[in-house]
Ligand binder design. Sequence first.
Ligand code: ADP
Length: 320
Amino acid sequence: TGSGLIVSFGEMLIDFVPTVSGVSLAEAPGFVKAPGGAPANVAIAVSRLGGKAAFVGKLGDDEFGRMLAGILKENGVDGRGITFDQGARTALAFVTLRSDGDREFMFYRNPSADMLLKPEELDLELIRSAKVFHYGSISLIVEPCRSAHLKAMKEARDAGALLSYDPNLRLPLWPSPEVAREQIMSIWDEADLVKVSDVELEFLTGSDKIDDASAMSLWRPNFKLLLVTLGEKGCKYYTKNFHGQVEAFHVNTVDTTGAGDSFVGALLCKMVDDQSILEDEPRLRRVLKFANACGAITTIKKGAIPALPNEAEVLSLLNG
Ligand code: ADP
């Protein structure tokens, strides 16, 4: 695990998850409060693996915002970049667990505090000290957080950070699928490293084919690495010089929430100090095997944050 700072930018929220599947939250006998938000999950994934992580984003100045800031702190994530909005409340997601295991979301975004981060509220010193700047959520889509997002990206890049992007599309896409796609594609060129899931690949290409040609249609000249995660089939990787697939681990999956964030956190930890991994296929494959192991372990337990592994757990799956 590297020692360079990984700054993760975007939303953090609380999922209200029913204790049973097949019914809506309102009909469920009970629910649990599960902290999440992809960029926050990535920051905690990095920290749990022994890496150096900071989170930049906005929370409501309410009980939920304080709870989330506390969770980042408990997990060793630098919270200097958190701003609290005095008016709007922390983002919330109300989840329905469908009988087929998929999730449906209804969001409290009225607007929520995360969407109201302004460019002038950014901790630029923290952002400029990033070796990797990771992002991807609703913050790219709506103002004023889109402007804050673009400014943070520029500051990080100008200071020499590698930019890592995961679009993290959670349905329903807000404010509409067309707007979401347009805003995402408008900055598609700017990342060094991009990770999409198979579902996002379909959405972004507008085709239901998941093959090398459709993945390569998303490739841009300045990319260093494009990844497509395939759940229990592992991941595909594409670079300028080589591409291939790394198989997943077989585990007893109970809940896949956070698997992609765990995968990304692991990858960033392993390359933050040494980007030459991206040009060396055997070493990259070893790192992706490690990231697949992290993703797999995250599916063994319920929830995202409680299921993120430490390095010893990953090594035990890799060596076992
Ligand atoms: P996302 O959460 O972005 O949709 P995936 O669900 O594809 O991403 O998960 C990311 C990685 O986690 C996968 O590439 C895989 O290595 C691992 N993973 C996810 N689901 C499983 C599973 N059911 N069994 C084993 N590994 C899994």
